[in-house]
Design a protein around this ligand. Structure first.
Ligand code: FEO
Length: 399
């Protein structure tokens, strides 16, 4: 796509990747993503970030449409993950920048990714500025959002925060701005991104938001490294980030299970029924019919997480094991949980699931096991668990 000048002398020079479907385990189907890079022109010109190596041709075409490469003075590398630094080697060779601005970890990561100690690194910290003549960039370390190296840039004259991975959405679109799109759809994708990428680093989000407040920067636009630029809903987006980072929950329960001969499925349906009777919003995921990233997008604001599996070879069914491992890594906290499952003889799976909930610091309300096929009395116990969980959900969600 062509470059877009969205503020005076500030250009989007990113690439739309319509075909991305998996981002280290986060399924972004069917929406793809964008890799956003920016050119800022003052008396000096800076290129902020590059894109995935697979998109190099489109990227250099977009950059060259706004500035000849040899006229770029500086590079800013906000993040070394290859979706943003994939064209860095070629960019440095063709641009020959006077300086490459990055965080201390950014320099370390570039050295171990690209092995070029001769590059003109300039390590910067929060509070340091780069005057371009007509534009001023203030640097902001965004450690762990999403790697230790992440950094952002604030363009003082425009109130523009270039936020790197924070506030991203995996969304391949021809539109470049939130006010050209449906906000609720955008917020849902931003939430999915948060749940699958940023959630483990929520404390760092709160620190970064606090730091921006201390710095007193008025934020008029947020330009992330993925998805659309926020200019119509900046306050709402910051509010959502604050809520997600505090792990605030709503009256919602997520039931995730896998089943061998549908007995565990019947237990899941009965638990759901009990919750629904009490007016709780319920999402049920059978792992043979969904992806773990879709589950996490719903867990983001759910007060209850209920895990089920038949017992298979003394353990959890493989798709549930994958789900639980993925969920644990993303560190949802402060929810209520329960575990359930049917079994033939040994029946370890529900206990293993409840231990996973405990490792996620969730309060385990109950662990239900049914031998082979649930009888009506077993299903009544499951429904009752749903109703009891509803009370816990109300307490957590402040209803
Ligand atoms: Fe978009 Fe952490 O890379």
């Amino acid at each position: 796509m062509a470059a877009v000048e969205f503020l005076p002398n500030v250009y989007w020079v990113g690439v739309v990747d319509w075909n991305l479907r998996d981002f280290h385990g986060y399924a972004v189907a069917p929406r793809g993503t964008t890799y956003n890079a920016y050119v800022i022109k003052g008396e000096k010109t800076v290129l902020v970030d590059t894109v995935s190596a697979a998109c190099s041709r489109a990227f250099f075409e977009a950059v060259e449409a706004v500035v000849p490469l040899e006229a770029i003075d500086y590079l800013v590398v906000n993040h070394v993950e290859p979706d943003h630094s994939g064209c860095l080697m070629e960019a440095v060779e063709r641009i020959r920048p006077e300086k490459i601005f990055c965080s201390a970890m950014g320099k370390a990561f570039m050295l171990s990714h690209y092995h070029r100690s001769d590059w003109p690194f300039e390590v910067v910290q929060t509070g340091q500025s780069l005057p371009l003549g007509g534009k001023t960039i203030d640097f902001l370390e965004l450690k762990m959002l999403h790697w230790p190296d992440n950094m952002g840039c604030y363009v003082r004259e425009d109130g523009l925060l270039i936020s790197s991975d924070a506030f991203g959405q995996n969304w391949a679109t021809s539109e470049r701005f939130d006010d050209e799109m449906d906000f609720n759809e955008m917020a849902g994708l931003m939430g999915s991104y948060y749940a699958n990428i940023i959630l483990p680093f929520s404390e760092h989000v709160l620190k970064a938001l606090g730091r921006v407040e201390e710095l007193g920067w008025p934020i008029r636009m947020i330009a992330p490294s993925h998805g659309v630029i926020l200019r119509g809903h900046v306050e709402e987006a910051v509010g959502l980030y604050r809520r997600w980072a505090r792990q605030e929950v709503t009256r919602k329960a997520v039931i995730v299970y896998d089943t061998m001969w549908k007995s565990t499925a019947r237990m899941a349906e009965a638990i759901a029924e009990g919750l629904i009777q009490k007016g709780v919003t319920v999402r049920v995921f059978h792992m043979k019919a969904c992806h773990h990233s879709d589950v996490m997008a719903e867990v983001l604001d759910a007060a209850a997480v209920i895990l089920g599996s038949s017992t298979h070879n003394n353990g959890i069914l493989p798709l549930m094991a994958d789900m639980v491992r993925y969920m644990e890594g993303l560190r949802p906290r402060g929810r209520v949980g329960a575990a359930f499952g049917s079994y033939g003889w040994s029946g370890e799976a529900p206990k293993q699931l409840s231990e996973a909930l405990e490792r996620m610091r969730m309060k385990v309300c109950d662990v239900l096991r049914v031998k082979n096929v649930p009888a009506e009395a077993d299903l009544a116990v499951c429904k009752d668990l749903g109703r009891r969980l509803a009370g816990e959900v109300d307490a957590l969600a402040g209803a």
